[in-house]
Design a protein around this ligand. Structure first.
Ligand code: ZN
Length: 140
């Protein structure tokens, strides 16, 4: 995937979830079809932290089942940065465990910025990897 297309209503829903989660980081999943977001899943930040996030495994499993049953694809894993730019932190790179778009919503400026990245590692256990940006186009 080189581009993630997102109808504005879903971008707004994702940002709203992130704002609602402050001062902690918020997170969630995006379902997509053919690279276009079709649903936003608001998830619990199981880390309940202002500087890191983790998905709740039970919630994550339920969403993966839903995506599978609908014939969708995992469009991305999103989380917020409350005070820093929309770019993967060293922790984000260390914690990356899948070749999926990692979408970051920065609330550090108004309006919030939304960017997406692929994090490529030789081995998912590695703490470092390379970061490739995926274009995000907000539609409508
Ligand atoms: Zn982060």
């Amino acid at each position: 995937m080189t581009e993630l297309r997102m109808p504005k209503t879903f971008a707004d829903e994702m940002v709203e979830h992130c704002i609602h989660g402050k001062p902690q980081e918020a997170c969630g999943l995006l379902a997509a079809r053919d690279g276009r977001v079709v649903q936003v899943f608001r998830m619990t930040n199981a880390s309940a932290s202002p500087v890191r996030y983790s998905l709740d495994p039970k919630e994550q499993f339920a969403v993966y089942e839903k995506i599978e049953s609908e014939g969708w694809e995992l469009g991305g894993v999103f989380h917020s940065h409350t005070h820093t730019e929309a770019y993967p932190s060293p922790t984000d790179v260390r914690m990356a465990s899948e070749d999926v778009p990692y979408v970051i919503v920065s609330l550090a400026q108004e309006p919030p910025s939304i960017r997406a990245f692929r994090i490529v590692k030789q081995n998912w256990m590695d703490s470092e990897g390379s970061i490739e940006e995926i274009a995000v186009s907000i539609e409508g």
